[in-house]
Design a protein around this ligand. Sequence first.
Ligand code: C2E
Ligand code: MG
Ligand code: MG
Ligand code: MG
Length: 270
Amino acid sequence: NAKESGGNQLAVYNPAYSYQLEQRFEIERELREAMMLNQLELYVQPQQHANGEIVGVEVLCRWHHPERGMVPPGIFIEIAEKSDLIVELGDWILSEAITLLNKLPAHMTLAVNISLRQFRKYDFVFKIERLLLRSGVEPHRLILEVTENLFVEDFEDIALKMKTLKQSGVQFSIDDFGTGYSSLGYLNQLPLDELKIDKSFVDGIGDHHKEKLVEMVISMGKHLDLRVVAEGVETKSQVQYLQEQSADIVCQGYYFAKPLPAVAFIEGSK
Ligand code: C2E
Ligand code: MG
Ligand code: MG
Ligand code: MG
């Protein structure tokens, strides 16, 4: 990059970088269009209790691009997160998700992934409260999934927003737990309800050494009085192992169901 190349040169033309930047702007433009053209769709993935009951779903956004085909969220969310586009996108997803929640059986919760930029907005709390009020849905049925990177900066501001939402009844889950950069100190300073064990730990089940980490996360969750959800559960032996560790564990993964269109899930749960 320009700095390493030394001297007073501020920028060295880097074709790869400028290509990436162009691609990013192109995708940003298309994503704005996608919201208007209804190319985005909410998918959901069921979350299943050990006793077989589906306790809730996680909303996972999908983009049906006319030429590129299905663009995975890993790509377009990451691009949207580089600007306030994620706020527009996040608002759309939240509004659709809460409408969807109203159509789910009353015992089910609905989890929505929230990005740092959305949380930072001064009116984030207000927006969620307004959507909940409008829909009439019980706030505790909404779970906001956040990752540990939310707690690295502006901790006070984030904590205050979480506490305000918590007072309204909204639940919080730590997604991809154990893979972020923050210390564990936040765990008892925030109003948390759930820990999601990251798939990378679940993948380690079967290897005695790696299983220790899964045991540790489950026991940490129990000690802190949090619900524990295992993500990316793909095999029967993983399910069995997780249930041996905790009778209350909730599992989410291809073993039970892949994400499916929200409309199909609602049809199926009638
Ligand atoms: P995440 O929230 O950790 O979601 C879990 C991801 O793991 C999803 O990928 C899901 O489809 C996938 N998955 C679930 N079970 C299995 C399994 O058994 N095996 C494998 N191999 N994968 C499994 P997806 O849908 O591609 O989403 C990727 C990430 O994109 C999400 O990770 C989340 O961070 C982000 N994302 C998705 N939708 C949204 C959204 O609406 N808003 C925001 N801010 N982020 C979103
Ligand atoms: Mg998630
Ligand atoms: Mg995750
Ligand atoms: Mg993730």
